[in-house]
Design a protein around this ligand. Structure first.
Ligand SMILES: *[C@@H]1O[C@H](CO)[C@@H](O)[C@H](O)[C@H]1NC(C)=O
Ligand SMILES: *[C@@H]1O[C@H](CO)[C@@H](O)[C@H](O)[C@H]1NC(C)=O
Length: 329
């Protein structure tokens, strides 16, 4: 349970991001890249209390590579995984240690962010100028708003309107703009698209998170607002599943540190970015735990290949999904 709590904390932003992504994708003209869709690097590790294997695959391979593996046969998956394992084993001693695995996971995360930013950067900046102006960005992503009336701009879906999305982006842009010229360099643009990894963006991420959760706009998060973000009953009288009850308890015991029934800024901050939490390290520990059959706290290639579906997807589990994706094209 402790573990679920920690993971939940680490991925809260992504849950929020997923909601935003869903809204963003309903925006007309939203084939254009939208920043909120780019936040969801890790997905939800525990979905409704169920362990989500996709989360581990994406942490281990990055989202792009992980999709490629989804359509491979188990044999081909294992072959390619074996090649990767040899790369992870930095000192070539035949054992993957926690630190080697952590380095690998950090590397795939950096690689993904870099590729993702590169894609969006090229879309907004085909001339490859040194920076992108806010006006250029706004026109591409929010230009359609110029044709909407006030009502349409302010109409809310889950408490979010076009107007509020624009305002949030504008604010995030301003925070990412370190040299205050209102243009973003590629480095600043990276902070804008992936604020979760940038120390300078911590406060704006905190503010956005609170805005999302705080439905009654009283400036603090009640237990119902906290739960409402992870779970909505599908029917009026549906009984709450046990994991939701556990989350309520976690709110009281671990999140609401001053026991006043609400989370204030400081408590939300502790929750979403606890000082000592390292995503790559936590994921490395988790993967070793899943595959370390002889309990020596490190993995051999055989241990990894035996549990290959923990590390990578394959036809065995995701074939239907891969087919479905294929049909879309
Ligand atoms: C790139 O810079 C040139 C020269 O300042 C400008 O004319 C052009 O519009 C810029 N491109 C973008 C996408 O802003
Ligand atoms: C900001 O970007 C615009 C469009 O690319 C460019 O014309 C302008 O010179 C840039 N300003 C600065 C200060 O770099």
């Amino acid at each position: 349970m402790m573990k679920t709590g920690m993971k939940t904390a680490a991925v809260l932003l992504l849950v929020v991001a997923a909601i935003n992504g869903a809204i963003a994708s309903s925006i007309p003209g939203a084939d254009e890249p939208h920043p909120f869709e780019h936040d969801s690097l890790h997905g939800k590790h525990f979905d409704g209390g169920e362990h989500n294997a996709q989360f581990d695959h994406e942490a281990f391979l990055g989202p792009d590579e992980s999709k490629k593996f989804d359509s491979l046969t188990p044999e081909e998956s294992k072959r390619r995984l074996g090649v990767i394992v040899d790369r992870i084993d930095e000192d070539k001693d035949g054992f993957i240690t926690q630190s080697e695995l952590k380095n690998w996971i950090s590397y795939t995360q950096r690689r993904y962010i870099d590729e993702d930013v590169g894609r969006v950067w090229r879309q907004h900046n085909p001339d490859n100028n040194a920076s992108i102006s806010w006006e250029t960005y706004r026109k591409t992503v929010y230009g359609f708003m110029d044709d909407l009336d006030q009502n349409e701009l302010e109409q809310e879906e889950n408490g979010v309107s076009y107007k509020s999305l624009l305002k949030r982006d504008r604010n995030r842009w301003a925070v990412a703009d370190q040299d205050l010229d209102d243009n973003l360099t590629r480095e600043e643009f990276t902070a804008f698209l992936h604020p979760e990894d940038h120390p300078t963006m911590k406060n704006v991420v905190l503010k956005e998170t609170i805005e999302d959760l705080d439905k009654d706009k009283d400036g603090q998060i009640s237990v119902d607002e906290y739960i409402g973000d992870m779970y909505r009953p599908s029917e009026e009288d549906e009984e709450e599943p046990e994991w939701v009850a556990n989350e309520r308890e976690a709110f009281t015991k671990h999140r609401d540190l001053d026991n006043d029934g609400y989370l204030n800024d400081e408590e939300v901050k502790q929750w979403i970015s606890p000082n000592d939490f390292d995503h790559a390290e936590s994921e490395a520990k988790h993967l070793i735990f899943e595959a370390d059959v002889d309990h020596d706290d490190q993995l051999t290639k055989d241990e990894i290949l035996d549990k290959y579906d923990v590390f990578v997807g394959s036809q065995a589990t995701d074939f239907g999904e891969a087919l479905a994706r294929h049909d879309e094209f």
